[in-house]
Design a protein around this ligand. Structure first.
Ligand code: BG6
Length: 528
C-alpha cells in the first residue's frame, strides 16, 4: 500500500484496482414486464450492465405480464422508453445513445409470456420455457416487479411449479443450477404481515435464494458509509457515545405523491420510507464493524442494530401532511386518488434509541417527507462540543458544533465542519467546511441505482439485501406508532405547507432536549 497523494485527475484516469467480472450465464424473468419499474429502472440498469461488460455473456430476458404483447412488441416498448431517456438530463437513466450491439446483447434472446399471475397455466408455460436446454444453463433470476399483494401468491406458484428448485454439486457447496428470487418493497405492511410473507416464501425457497431488495442500498453513497467507517482508522475511535451528541437523518423530497395516490393512501410516509430506506441508512451508521465483508457478517451486524433499537413510543413520533403551497400547488388532499379528508401522513419524524454500549443515550432523529423545500438525503452526525476552550472572550457554549455530513443525494460527498482561527491579530474563531465531492474525483457513469443490486443477485451475493429477521425487526420498531396512528385520526391535517421544512411539531421533538433540526432549505447548511 502506498502513501502516494492522489490528485482528482489521477484518480479519475486510474483504472479500478479490482475489475468486476461478468456473472455466469442466466435468464432473468421479470413479473410485471409492462410496469413502470421495469421500464424506468430495471431495463435501463440491465442496459448499463451490458454496456460496462457486466451482463452475462449468455443472457435471456423473459417478460411476464397480463398486457397483450409479444416479444417483439415488448422489446419495442422497452427500446422506445430507453430512447426517451437519451440526452434527457431529468431522467434517472442519463445515457447519451443506445448502442446497437449492447441492445442486441440485452434483448437478443427475449421472450414474452402473457398470463394471469394467479393462473397455474402461466407457470406451466414458464416452466416449459425455462427447463428447455439453453445456453443459460437453467440459472434463473425471478424479479417480482409487481404489486406487493402478488409477492406471496407468485412465490407459491413458482414453488408449486418446481421453478425454485436448485441443483447442487455432490458436496452441496456450489449450485450447479441456481434459482434466485427478488422481492420488491413493501415487504409486508406491519410485523405480522411481514412474518406471514416470510413464512410463505420460506415454504417455497430457502433463505439463500431470497433477495429482499431496498433500492437505497444500490446507491454508491450509501455503500460508501461502510468504506468511510471501516477502511479508515481515524473515525472509529470517535464513532460512539463518548464523542457523538446525536445523529440526524433527513430524506426530504420535493415531489408529491404524483400518480401514486391509490398506493400512497394506504401506505403513508412511515411505511413507505422508514422501516426500509431510512433504517438502512441508520444501520450503516450504527452497525459494529463486521468480521468480514460478506453477506453473513455484514447482515448480522445490521441485524444487531435493528434488534437493539427500542420500539418507538408514539410520543417520540410526529406525522404531517402537506397542504397547498402559497404559490397554488395542490395539497395532498387535492391529489388524484386521494380522499378529500385523508388522514394519511406524507411526513414523519421520529426519535429512535439504540440500546447498546456504543449508542446508549445518543438519539437518532429521523425525518422524511414529500413536497418539502429541497430534495436532500443526508446523514448529519453532530459531535459533542470541546470540553473547554482557552480563548479569551469566546463563549464556549456558543461555539458551533462539529458536524460530519454524509451527503447521499443529490449532492454526493462528505463534509466536515470545524472551527478555525479567523486571520488577524485577535483570536477570533470561525466555522469552516472541508468537503469531498464524488464528482470532483470520479467520472460519473450512467447509473439508475439498480445495477449493483441486479449484478449481486446474479453473482449470488446477498450482502446488500435484507434477511427475514431484519425486516421483521424493523416492523417491530415502528409497530407502536403505527397502531397509535391507526387508532387516532389526525385533527390538524394538513399540517405543513408544500415547499416548507415540515410541521412545527417536529421541531419540538428536538427542542425537548435543547437541540434543533438542520434546516432542509439551507443549501449551505453545513455551516450551521
Ligand atoms: C420509494 C418510495 O421506495 O423511494 C417513494 O416508494 C420515494 O415514495 C422513493 O419517492 C425515493 O427514492 P429515491 O431513490 O428517488 O430517493
Amino acid at each position: 500500500m502506498s502513501d502516494m497523494i492522489h490528485t482528482p485527475g489521477q484518480i479519475m484516469q486510474a483504472p479500478p484496482r479490482r475489475a468486476a467480472k461478468p456473472p455466469g450465464p442466466c435468464a432473468m424473468v421479470i413479473f410485471g414486464a409492462g410496469g413502470d419499474l421495469t421500464k424506468r429502472l430495471l431495463v435501463p440498469a440491465l442496459y448499463n450492465l451490458a454496456h460496462t461488460g457486466l451482463l452475462p455473456e449468455h443472457f435471456e430476458l423473459i417478460g411476464v405480464d397480463m398486457a397483450d404483447l409479444d416479444a417483439d412488441r415488448w422489446r419495442d416498448s422497452l427500446h422506445a422508453m430507453l430512447e426517451s431517456f437519451v440526452g434527457n438530463a431529468a431522467s434517472e437513466s442519463r445515457i447519451d445513445k443506445i448502442d446497437a450491439a449492447t441492445w442486441q446483447h440485452l434483448t437478443g434472446a427475449i421472450t414474452y409470456i402473457r398470463g394471469d399471475l394467479n393462473d397455474d397455466g402461466l407457470y406451466e408455460r414458464l416452466a416449459q420455457h425455462i427447463e428447455r436446454p439453453s445456453p443459460t444453463g437453467g440459472n434463473c433470476l425471478f424479479y417480482l416487479a409487481v404489486a406487493d399483494r402478488f409477492f406471496g401468491p407468485v412465490t407459491a406458484h413458482l414453488g408449486k411449479a418446481g421453478l425454485l428448485e436448485e441443483h447442487w454439486d455432490p458436496d452441496g457447496t456450489k449450485p450447479e443450477r441456481w434459482r434466485h428470487l427478488v422481492i420488491e418493497k413493501p415487504f409486508g405492511h406491519d410485523r405480522a404481515s411481514a412474518r406471514e410473507l416470510n413464512a410463505t416464501i420460506l415454504r417455497n425457497a430457502e433463505e439463500h435464494q431470497i433477495y429482499r431488495i431496498d433500492h437505497f442500498l444500490g446507491k454508491e453513497t450509501v455503500q460508501n458509509i461502510m468504506a468511510l467507517r471501516f477502511a479508515n482508522g481515524m473515525f472509529e475511535p470517535i464513532w460512539n457515545r463518548d464523542r457523538i451528541d446525536h445523529v440526524q437523518i433527513t430524506v426530504a423530497e420535493t415531489v408529491g405523491v404524483e400518480s401514486r395516490g391509490r398506493f400512497y393512501e394506504k401506505t403513508g410516509a412511515l411505511r413507505d420510507m422508514v422501516p426500509n430506506h431510512v433504517f438502512q441508512l441508520l444501520a450503516m451508521v450504527a452497525m459494529e464493524p463486521p468480521a468480514g465483508f460478506n453477506a453473513r457478517a455484514v447482515r448480522s451486524r445490521k441485524s444487531d442494530v435493528f434488534a437493539a433499537m427500542r420500539t418507538v413510543a408514539p410520543e417520540c413520533a410526529v406525522r404531517g401532511q402537506y397542504g397547498p403551497a402559497p404559490n397554488g400547488a395542490p395539497g395532498y388532499r387535492q391529489e388524484k386518488d386521494v380522499a378529500p379528508d385523508s388522514g394519511t401522513e406524507t411526513y414523519v419524524a421520529m426519535q429512535v434509541a439504540i440500546d447498546n454500549w456504543r449508542w446508549a443515550g445518543v438519539p437518532f432523529y429521523l425525518r422524511t417527507g414529500k413536497r418539502m423545500s429541497r430534495r436532500v438525503t443526508e446523514i448529519a452526525i453532530r459531535f459533542k462540543p470541546a470540553p473547554q476552550a482557552p480563548f479569551e472572550a469566546t463563549n464556549v457554549a456558543a461555539l458551533p458544533p462539529n458536524w460530519l455530513l454524509l451527503q447521499i443525494q443529490p449532492d454526493e460527498g462528505i463534509a466536515l465542519q470545524f472551527e478555525v482561527k479567523r486571520p488577524g491579530p485577535v483570536v477570533d474563531l470561525a466555522a469552516v467546511r472541508m468537503a469531498f465531492k464524488y464528482a470532483d474525483w470520479f467520472p460519473k457513469e450512467p447509473n439508475v441505482g439498480y445495477e449493483t443490486l441486479i449484478y449481486d443477485v446474479m453473482m449470488g451475493d446477498q450482502t446488500l439485501f435484507n434477511r427475514a429477521d431484519m425486516v421483521e425487526e424493523t416492523w417491530r420498531v415502528v409497530s407502536a406508532v403505527l397502531e397509535d396512528w391507526e387508532a387516532r385520526k389526525p385533527e390538524d391535517f394538513p399540517s405543513y405547507a408544500a415547499g416548507s421544512d415540515g410541521p412545527a411539531e417536529a421541531d419540538m421533538l428536538l427542542e425537548r432536549s435543547g437541540r434543533a433540526w438542520r434546516p432542509v432549505a439551507d443549501t449551505n447548511s453545513a455551516l450551521r
